[in-house]
Design a protein around this ligand. Structure first.
Ligand code: ATP
Ligand code: MG
Length: 139
């Protein structure tokens, strides 16, 4: 059965461009409820661990540099069909291919600097949420 939770980050590019507010508006207007949220910054090592599945990809170094370069907003979100609906809301990895009305179409500037993260499966949503939040930080 599909879980009703996903995990997201507002990435350093979008935070630096002062887009936390409008991105959170799009997320809540799409019907997602905030279960947990924090403003924090990943170390180089933490960013590498978070994106460990991409360690052998050619863009890994660039990805880790980018994700650790400034603060991010991390959150667990709840909604029916959360994983799939959130991936639809954020749009394609490459903003050039993202549909109108998606967060990446509006705020991403490149395939690397693409404004938001969204979990790609129930298992990863749990792993990623647990990476940032204890049980005491979820409501
Ligand atoms: P995310 O996991 O951040 O939600 P995604 O699931 O759409 O993004 P992935 O394939 O998981 O895409 O890639 C993780 C991240 O790595 C991308 O969001 C992007 O920041 C970066 N990335 C992916 N492909 C490239 C690429 N070809 N060049 C540079 N960076 C890339
Ligand atoms: Mg991904």
């Amino acid at each position: 059965m599909a879980s009703n939770r996903t995990f997201t980050m507002i990435k350093p590019d979008a935070v630096a461009a002062n887009n936390i507010g409008p991105i959170l508006s799009m997320i809540t207007e799409a019907g997602f409820k905030v279960v947990a949220m924090k403003y924090t910054k990943l170390s180089h090592e933490q960013a590498g661990n978070f994106y460990d599945v991409h360690r052998d990809r050619p863009f890994f170094g660039e990805l880790v540099e980018f994700m650790s370069r400034g603060p991010i907003v991390a959150a667990i979100l709840e909604k029916d069909n959360a994983i799939e609906d959130f991936r639809k809301l954020i749009g394609a990895t490459n903003p050039a291919q993202a549909e109108e009305g998606t967060i990446r179409k509006r705020f991403a500037t490149s395939i690397g600097e693409n404004a938001v993260h969204g979990s790609d499966s129930d298992d990863n949503a749990k792993i990623e949420g647990d990476f940032f939040f204890s049980q005491l930080e979820r409501f």
